[in-house]
Design a protein around this ligand. Structure first.
Ligand code: C2E
Ligand code: SIN
Ligand code: SIN
Ligand code: FE
Ligand code: FE
Length: 427
């Protein structure tokens, strides 16, 4: 290693963290992001090697590994012959113990781990690569929700002479802050299909078995309604295709803010009290906050839909004119009882469409708090609410594509998919 680590002050370390974090924020592709997280962390700590593991079900899967020493043995441009491997998520490995205890683990010498620890060093990869691991600093990547996403492991810290040293308390502090930021960034940036589904599952909306189906139905209804609306409005094909792709993802995420609502409210079998309903309503702005830092079309639409899918055409919906980071009311309604709702086309199109798709699904399906309505009653209610709750042109488009809506309902029903949560293809 040519780099000579100077003694850094706490301010410099904090500045480093802010810089690396802002660099990470621009990155959306998950693999590129993981590589970058590892590189930045290794450079800051002067570590010879490092790995990132992600939790996949009950396994820890290694997703990225870097090793300067092994890399130097290769030809320029050649890549480390790296085989993906996974091990069970339990406390017998260092990485597993870090994930399960949610604690940072600093081991100065992995071949001299105290026998009273639950874990031992797995030396098989050292044997295979003829590389000697000595010091490791291992930290869980924990999302804001508390979910452990994976583990970041730094291997073999180097001193100014390139000799292996133990990781220090400053290294621990840096890696702790870095890991928190990296986990958040990973959550933000990984709006891939897989991550969307994971976020939705994490939210455990309603009955966990029903979740996958509810979000898939709402997203598919929304796209059908939009396609018809766009046809009715002569929207150009390019524009239509761009919007529908973003809509499909954003509509799936309409209720993602329910992550922040306690189970006692979310899964209450009966009617909510006014206080509980107030809390429930915060799922709108809590959800939109998750996309605040994103600047893609999908992020913008996800923000709109999460925030505005309970606004009503006549202005009686929620959350209305509020500050989206705090929920604070910015403009009161005429009776001064709540925030003034958005009216008519003030409500973004994607949200007007998702609102109908969501209510259609809520009425036609059983919920913990209500039975399913008959088809005819559902249509009657939607007609009644047209021009009141729903944009009349959106309602019209809905009824024009009703046969297709019914097919989607069948396709994503419990009966069609007994195990629920079938991971349905997205375009
Ligand atoms: P959700 O179950 O996905 O319902 C979405 C929306 O469908 C509701 O938004 C409401 O506009 C409509 N909806 C659902 N059931 C009925 C109904 O019986 N009649 C009519 N006219 N509309 C209905 P809303 O009211 O803002 O509720 C948002 C979320 O709050 C609901 O999402 C649900 O998770 C929860 N929630 C609302 N009311 C209750 C309740 O009484 N008990 C429980 N446990 N949860 C409730
Ligand atoms: C292994 O090399 O087996 C995993 C490293 C660890 O124990 O964390
Ligand atoms: C709702 O609960 O907001 C739907 C009932 C209605 O608007 O009449
Ligand atoms: Fe909602
Ligand atoms: Fe919903």
């Amino acid at each position: 290693m040519a780099t000579i680590p100077a003694i850094r002050t706490r301010e410099e370390i904090l500045f480093d963290i802010m810089q690396t974090t802002s660099r990470l924020y621009g990155i959306r592709d998950k693999d590129i992001l993981l590589e970058r997280i590892l590189t930045e962390a290794r450079q800051a700590l002067i570590a010879d090697a490092g790995s990132i593991y992600l939790i996949e079900g009950d396994k820890l899967v290694i997703h990225y590994a870097q090793n300067e020493t092994l890399q130097r043995r290769l030809q320029p441009g050649e890549k480390l012959p790296f085989s993906m491997f996974a091990f069970p998520l339990d406390k017998t490995t260092i990485a597993g113990a870090a994930a399960l205890t949610k604690q940072l683990i600093n081991e100065p010498d992995v071949y001299a781990i105290s026998p009273d620890k639950s874990y031992k060093f797995g030396n098989s990869s050292d044997i295979a690569t003829r590389y000697k691991t000595v010091s490791t600093l291992t930290i869980p990547l924990i999302a804001v929700s508390g979910e452990v996403l994976g583990v970041l492991q730094m291997i073999n810290a180097l001193d100014v002479h390139g000799r292996i040293r133990a990781f220090t308390a400053d290294d621990e502090m840096f890696l702790s802050l870095f890991a928190a930021n990296a986990a958040t960034t990973l959550m933000h940036a990984s709006l891939t299909r897989e991550m969307i589904l994971r976020m939705v599952q994490m939210a455990e909306l309603h009955d966990p078995r029903e979740t996958g189906l509810h979000v898939h139905r709402v997203a598919n209804y929304a796209v059908e309604i939009y396609d018809r609306w766009a046809f009715n409005h002569n929207v150009h094909r390019h524009e239509r295709e761009k919007f529908r792709d973003a809509l499909k993802i954003a509509a799936m995420l309409h209720d993602v803010g329910k992550i922040g609502i306690s189970d006692s409210i979310l899964k209450k079998p009966g009617k909510l009290t006014p206080e509980e309903y107030q809390i429930m309503q915060t799922h709108t702005w809590r959800g939109s906050n998750l996309f605040q830092s994103g600047n893609s079309a999908v992020d913008a639409l996800s923000r709109d839909i999460a925030l505005r899918h309970h606004e009503n055409w006549d202005g009686s919906g929620y959350p209305g004119h509020i500050a989206i980071d705090t929920g604070e009311i910015l403009r009161y309604n005429s009776t001064h009882t709540a925030a003034q709702g958005l009216i008519g086309t003030e409500i973004p199109l994607g949200a007007r469409i998702t609102a109908l798709a969501d209510v259609y699904d809520a009425l036609s399906c059983k919920r913990t708090y209500k039975d399913a309505w008959t088809e005819d009653k559902v249509y009657e209610e939607i007609k009644r609410l047209s021009n009141v709750k729903f944009d009349p042109e959106v309602t019209a488009a809905f009824f024009e594509v009703l046969p297709r809506i019914k097919i989607i309902k069948e396709r994503f029903s419990e009966a069609a998919e007994p195990h629920g949560q079938k991971l349905v293809q997205m375009p």
